[in-house]
Design a binder for this molecule. Structure first.
Ligand code: NAD
Length: 339
C-alpha cells in the first residue's frame, strides 16, 4: 500500500480548527436555522477539509464531518428513526468535475453489465428535507433528516402544509412507503411574507431557506401554519409493495396520488443534454418557483441505484452540481488570518 506522507504539525492543527469550525457552523445551520457564514464560505472550508483528508487519510475519523450527515436532533422534538437511512449529496463545483463524475458512474454501471444510464436531472431546492411515512395511503409520520438515521418528529407541523396530502388520492397504495422531499418557501411567497413583516414594523427574514427550516421546526404547529411552506418530492426511502422500476416513473405515480412533484425534472440520455439543462437553469435561476443552489443528477433506474449503493454520507448514484456563488463574503479570509 502507498504510505501517506507524515502529517506536519501545521496541517494537524489546521485540521482540528477546520473540524471544529465546520461542526459549529453545521450546528448553527441545522439546529438553530441561523447560519453564521454564507454557504459559499462553508463549502470552501468543507473542500479544504476534504483536500487535507485526501492528503492525510490517517486524519480521517468516523465522526469527521466528511463521514457523517450533518444535522442533529434537537431536544425540542421527539426523535424518530427513519426506516431507511437518509443521505446527503456529493457536491461538485465545476462542469469538468461533474463530467468526470458522470463518466465514472456510467462506466461503473457498464462494468456491471448494465446499459448506459438515463439521467434524472432535477433542481437542487434550497430548503430542508422531510421524510413522510405513508401506510396504506395515510400519512402516519413526518420527520426532518437529522443525522440521517434519526430525525425530528414534525408530524403536526407538516399537517399544516397544504401541498402534503394527509391521505393519498385514488387507490392501490403500497403497504408502506417513505416519501422524501424538500420543504421550502417559494420566491413570491417569501417576498409577500417579508412585505407583511416590514408593514408590521418588524425586521424582514434573511432568506427563504432558513425561514423555511425555522418555520417547519417550530414547537407550536400553529406558528408553522402561519408560514407559506411548500414541498416537492425528491426521493423515496423504504418501500413495501411499490413496484416501479425508475425514480421518474415513481414520481409520476406519486403525482397521480396527489403528491407535489416538481415541474422542472427531466430524464436525459446524454451528457451534453445534462450540460444544457445546467446552463439553462444557471441563466434562469431567479425565474423559478423557488430558490436553487444547484442541480442534482441521479441515475433514474432504481435497480441500478441499489447496485451502486452509498457511502456513509452520500449515495453513489447521485451528484449535486453547485452553481458558482453569486456573492462571496470575505469573512473566510478573516478566519484564515486568525488561526
Ligand atoms: P446538500 O444540501 O449539499 O445536499 C443534500 C440535500 O439536498 C438533501 O438532503 C436534500 O435535502 C437537498 N435536496 C434539494 N433538492 C434535492 C433534489 N432534487 N434531490 C435530492 N436532494 C435534494 O447537503 P447537506 O449535507 O444538507 O448540506 C450541505 C450544504 O448545506 C452545504 O453545501 C452548504 O451549502 C449548506 N450548509 C451551510 C452552512 C452554513 O453555515 N452556511 C452550514 C452547513 C451546511
Amino acid at each position: 500500500p502507498v504510505e501517506s506522507p507524515p502529517v506536519e504539525p501545521s496541517a494537524a492543527e489546521r485540521y482540528v480548527v477546520l473540524v471544529e469550525l465546520i461542526q459549529s457552523y453545521r450546528a448553527a445551520y441545522y439546529n438553530e436555522d441561523a447560519p453564521l457564514v454564507s454557504d459559499a464560505e462553508f463549502d470552501l472550508l468543507y473542500s479544504e477539509l476534504e483536500t487535507l483528508e485526501a492528503l492525510h487519510p490517517q486524519l480521517v475519523s468516523n465522526d469527521s464531518p466528511t463521514q457523517v450527515v450533518g444535522g442533529d436532533v434537537s431536544v425540542a422534538f421527539a426523535a424518530v428513526e427513519h426506516l431507511a437511512r437518509m443521505y446527503s449529496l456529493e457536491d461538485v463545483f465545476s462542469l469538468a468535475e461533474l463530467e468526470a463524475w458522470l463518466l465514472k458512474a456510467a462506466a461503473s454501471v457498464e462494468n456491471r453489465g448494465g446499459t448506459a444510464p438515463k439521467w434524472l436531472t432535477e433542481l437542487k431546492i434550497d430548503g430542508l428535507a422531510v421524510n413522510l411515512l405513508y401506510r396504506d395511503g395515510v400519512l402516519v409520520r413526518a420527520a426532518t433528516r437529522g443525522d440521517g438515521t434519526t430525525g425530528e418528529d414534525v408530524t403536526h407541523n407538516v399537517a399544516t402544509i397544504k401541498d402534503i396530502p394527509q391521505k393519498l388520492h385514488g387507490s392501490g397504495f403500497p403497504a408502506e412507503v417513505e416519501i422524501r422531499g424538500e420543504v421550502f418557501i417559494g420566491s413570491k411567497d417569501f417576498l409577500a411574507l417579508n412585505e407583511v413583516m416590514v408593514a408590521a414594523g418588524k425586521a424582514p427574514y434573511a432568506n427563504p431557506r432558513n425561514t423555511a427550516a425555522g418555520s417547519l421546526r417550530q414547537k407550536d404547529a400553529a406558528e408553522t401554519a402561519k408560514r407559506p411552506l411548500s414541498m416537492f418530492v425528491h426521493g423515496i426511502g423504504a418501500r413495501e409493495g411499490l413496484t416501479t422500476a425508475t425514480q421518474s416513473e415513481t414520481y409520476e405515480l406519486l403525482k397521480s396520488w396527489g403528491m407535489p412533484i416538481s415541474p422542472y425534472y427531466k430524464v436525459l440520455d446524454t451528457l451534453p443534454e445534462v450540460m444544457d439543462f445546467i446552463a439553462y437553469y444557471g441563466e434562469h435561476r431567479h425565474d423559478l418557483i423557488h430558490e436553487i443552489d444547484g442541480i442534482v443528477v441521479k441515475v433514474d433506474d432504481l435497480a441500478t441505484q441499489r447496485e451502486l449503493g452509498h457511502t456513509s454520507r452520500v449515495p453513489r448514484w447521485s451528484v449535486a452540481y453547485k452553481y458558482p456563488p453569486e456573492e462571496v463574503h470575505t469573512k473566510l479570509l478573516d478566519i484564515r488570518v486568525n488561526v
